[in-house]
Design a protein around this ligand. Structure first.
Ligand SMILES: [Zn+2]
Length: 321
C-alpha cells in the first residue's frame, strides 16, 4: 500500500520475525525537505539491508535521512542508530525519560537492578527472582551493545517536524506517538499491535518508584481511541487501518482479565508469585519478566479501582479481595 497524502509520504520498512511479533517495523517519512526515520529496528543485517533497500527503491541514500525519531528505548526500536550515525551526523530525538535508558547510564542501571531485586523479593519470588535479576537473557538487563553514544535531543514540546507528540506510556514509560493530524496517521511504537496485546512492562521511574504500567497503557489506548485515527503505524505486525474496534477489544480484554484475577485471589492465592505460577505453571520461569509485569500490572489495576488491597507479611505483599 502506498501512503502518500497531503505532501507526506511514508515508506514502511518491515522485517519479518519468527516470533509472535510477526515483524519489526520502522518508517521513513518524507515531509518537505525532511526525510525522518521513525525508530531504527534491531541491530542486525536484516534490518540494515531492509533499510538500504527501501531507501534505494525511492532513490534515496543513507545520508538523505535528516533525523531519527525514537518512539521508545527498547532494543528492537533503536538498533541501527549508532550505525546510521557513523555515516553522517544527524539529530536523534526521544522522550526525556528515554535518555538515561538509551545512554545506559550507570547510576540508573544500578538503581534499576536494585529496584527489581526488591520488587521480586516483595512479590514472593524467592530464589527464582534473584536468579532472574542477574540472568543476562532477561529483558530487564538493558544490553550494553545497544547503548546510544551520541547526543540525544529531548522532545520537550508538543510539536516536532509537523508531528503532534503524544505521550502514550504503558508499554514503556517513555513511549511517544508521532501523530500527523492532517492525515490522521499515528506512528505509535508498541502501543497497539494487531496480532497480540501489547505488554505493559513494569519499570521504575528515574527516582526508583514503580510505574503503574497497565493503568498507563489503558489510559494511552483511550487517548488513541479519542483521536479517531485513520492509520496506526505500529512497531510490529501489519499497519492498522481504523483501529477503533481493535482498541475496544484490547480495553475489554483488560477488564475481562482483571475479573479473572479477582476469582483467583478469592480462592485464597495471595502473593504475586503464587498467582503467576497458578496461571502460567511451567512458563513462569521461562517468561518470568513478562509474566511478573502482567500479574503486577493487574493487581495494581484492581487496587487502584478499590477491588483488592494488600498487606505486607514477613516482607512479602499479600493481596486480598
Ligand atoms: Zn517495545
Amino acid at each position: 500500500m502506498l501512503f502518500k497524502k497531503e505532501d507526506v509520504e511514508v515508506f514502511p520498512i518491515s522485517v519479518p520475525t519468527s516470533n509472535e511479533l510477526k515483524s519489526i517495523n520502522f518508517f521513513l517519512v518524507k515531509q518537505g525537505r525532511a526525510l525522518s526515520l521513525i525508530d531504527a529496528g534491531l541491530n542486525n543485517e536484516e534490518c540494515w539491508n531492509s533499510l538500504q533497500k527501501t531507501l534505494k527503491m525511492h532513490d534515496y541514500t543513507l545520508t538523505d535521512i535528516t533525523e531519527i525519531l525514537l518512539t521508545h528505548h527498547h532494543s528492537d526500536h533503536i538498533g541501527l542508530v549508532n550505525r546510521i550515525l557513523s555515516t553522517h551526523s544527524i539529530p536523534i530525538y526521544a522522550h526525556p525519560d528515554a535518555i538515561l535508558r538509551l545512554k545506559r547510564d550507570g547510576r540508573y542501571m544500578n538503581m534499576r537492578v536494585d529496584f527489581f531485586k526488591k520488587l521480586y523479593q516483595e512479590m514472593g519470588c524467592g530464589q527464582v527472582g534473584e536468579k532472574q535479576v542477574i540472568d543476562i537473557n532477561n529483558p530487564i538487563i538493558l544490553n550494553d551493545d545497544n547503548r546510544i553514544d551520541c547526543e540525544i535531543q529531548e522532545i520537550s514540546s508538543d510539536h516536532l517536524l509537523g508531528f503532534t507528540i503524544l505521550e502514550i506510556p504503558g508499554h514503556a514509560p517513555d513511549l511517544i506517538g508521532f501523530y500527523n493530524k492532517q492525515n490522521k496517521w499515528l506512528f505509535a511504537g508498541d502501543l497497539l499491535i494487531e496480532n497480540m496485546s501489547s505488554n505493559a512492562f513494569i519499570e521504575p521511574d528515574y527516582n526508583g518508584n514503580r510505574i503503574k504500567s497497565l493503568l498507563q497503557l489503558k489510559h494511552s489506548l483511550e487517548k488513541c481511541l479519542q483521536l479517531q485515527v485513520d492509520f496506526v503505524f505500529p512497531g510490529h505486525g501489519p499497519i492498522i487501518r481504523r483501529p477503533t474496534d481493535l482498541i475496544n477489544k484490547r480495553l475489554k480484554r483488560i477488564d475481562d482479565n482483571a475479573n479473572k484475577y479477582i476469582h483467583i485471589i478469592k480462592s485464597g492465592i495471595t502473593t504475586v508469585s503464587e498467582i503467576a505460577q497458578f496461571i502460567y505453571r511451567e512458563k513462569y520461569e521461562i517468561k518470568f519478566f513478562n509474566i511478573m509485569s502482567e500479574v503486577i500490572g493487574y493487581l495494581d489495576y484492581l487496587e487502584f479501582h478499590g477491588k483488592v488491597n494488600k498487606t505486607m507479611e514477613k516482607r512479602i505483599w499479600h493481596y486480598y479481595c
